[in-house]
Design a protein. Structure first.
Length: 427
């Protein structure tokens, strides 16, 4: 076993508003749940009940030694109808970030994390050009309210995932299946990021603003097969590289269309990377290799891919790198500590400027279409009682934070002996 020195990388945890807060709101996801589109029949109306437990969760962050916390804003809470602000909800978020700072935890705030209020979904969401102005208004209000405590921002989380899941495959609300619509939404989200970047810097010149893109390695099933190799390269470009280039530089290459008024430039202060897995493909799309380590959702566990994606991102867009999400679905906490160790080992061995690592996620939450059934948390959530219990992996992570790395004793206690399932096994 090799001890890890992580003194150059600050460690935190990540969450998203819709996934943890609870509350019977009118959002695109609450509607999706009411329509019976969630695998386990659950709803974000329950989630982890964080809205009423902010003080408890902040205390738990402090107990674990966490000093960086990525959180999100629920748009439907602060603007429940068009142009109407809920002052109590805004005050709640002010109190939350102030409480984090008072506890020694630095917030990184995501403004849009797959969540739209119902009134905006009814108006066409990101297919409606007017949504850009609505988002500008939201960004302005949120930054104005929170800037005394917050100076780091992500305008939009995983725009590539949102566009493809919601408009290409129809698996997420609004459930459309349109290539044209997908490309339109990808362009709109990149444009929204650029506008938000400029707007935030006008409101808060010292702010740091970056993206949080879902990036993965795309590999061919058979490297000797030219169609497999081409499919991997094409999927890589269409799913992640084209949109990331547009967001970061204002250069909208085909098949995206450059919006009027967008000028080439630099629209990032850090590069946010959400990394989970590798896709192994034989045609354009997704896929998983056979006889590989997988998590409880069947995603391949491929730690080396974290640095593979960070290396090309840094070569194209030099800046500090924040791993804004990395984690795994492990419903019994049987291999999460090993997953953590092996991904952090990649960071420790790398020469890249990876300054932050945010584990996904803090507590078990409501995992979109998987509902409550997919557990990613360092902290176990009993959804019935809302009781929190720190898992062994959470204790391991706290130990890593305290020691700025992994000691031999920590490895022996929490990692040694853990094994991954493979996709040849039945769990």
């Amino acid at each position: 076993m090799k001890a890890l020195d992580l003194a150059g990388c600050e460690l935190g945890v990540a969450t998203a508003a819709t996934q943890i807060e609870g509350g019977d709101l009118d959002t695109n996801w609450h509607r999706w749940a009411r329509a019976g589109r969630i695998t386990d029949g659950s709803s974000p109306a329950r989630a982890a009940g964080h809205w009423e437990r902010v003080a408890q969760d902040t205390a738990l962050l402090a107990e674990l030694g966490v000093r960086h916390y990525r959180m999100g804003i629920e748009w439907a809470r602060v603007e429940p109808s068009e142009g109407v602000w809920d002052e109590a909800a805004l005050a709640h978020y002010r109190d939350e970030v102030a409480g984090l700072v008072a506890a020694g935890v630095r917030p990184l705030v995501t403004v849009h994390h797959f969540n739209l209020p119902g009134w905006l979904e009814d108006a066409g969401g990101w297919l409606n050009p007017a949504t850009l102005a609505h988002f500008d208004r939201l960004v302005t209000r949120i930054v104005t309210e929170l800037k005394p405590w917050v100076s780091e921002w992500i305008p939009i989380n995983e725009p590539n995932v949102y566009a493809t899941k919601s408009y290409l495959f129809g698996e997420w609300p609004p459930g459309e299946r349109s290539l044209r619509g997908t490309l339109s939404v990808m362009s709109a989200l990149a444009h929204a990021h650029i506008r938000a970047y400029l707007l935030i810097h006008r409101l808060q010149p010292e702010a740091k603003v970056g993206s949080a893109s879902h990036l993965r390695v795309f590999a061919p099933v058979d490297r000797r097969n030219p169609w497999h190799r081409a499919s991997a390269a094409i999927t890589d470009q269409l799913f992640q590289r084209v949109q990331l280039r547009a967001m970061n530089t204002g250069r909208f290459g085909l098949p995206l269309r450059r919006p009027a008024g967008v000028r080439p430039g630099r629209y990032y202060d850090f590069q946010g990377v959400n990394y989970y897995t590798r896709s192994t493909v034989r045609s354009i799309g997704d896929g998983v290799a056979t006889d590989v380590d997988v998590n409880d959702l069947g995603w391949e566990i491929y730690p080396a891919g974290l640095i593979e994606v960070c290396r090309w991102v840094h070569a194209a867009y030099p800046a500090p790198i924040y791993i804004t999400e990395n984690g795994t679905c492990d419903n019994t906490d049987a291999f999460r500590s090993r997953y953590l160790y092996e991904h952090l080992a990649q960071i420790a061995a790398s020469d890249l400027p990876i300054e932050r690592y945010y584990h996904w996620c803090f507590t078990d939450n409501w995992e979109w279409v998987e509902g409550e059934a997919a557990r990613f948390g360092l902290v176990h959530t009993d959804f019935e009682s809302q009781q929190r219990t720190v898992k062994d992996s959470g204790r391991f992570y706290a130990d890593i934070i305290a020691n700025q790395g992994v000691t031999e004793a920590a490895h022996a206690r929490w990692v040694a002996g853990q094994t991954y399932p493979t996709n040849k096994e039945a769990r």
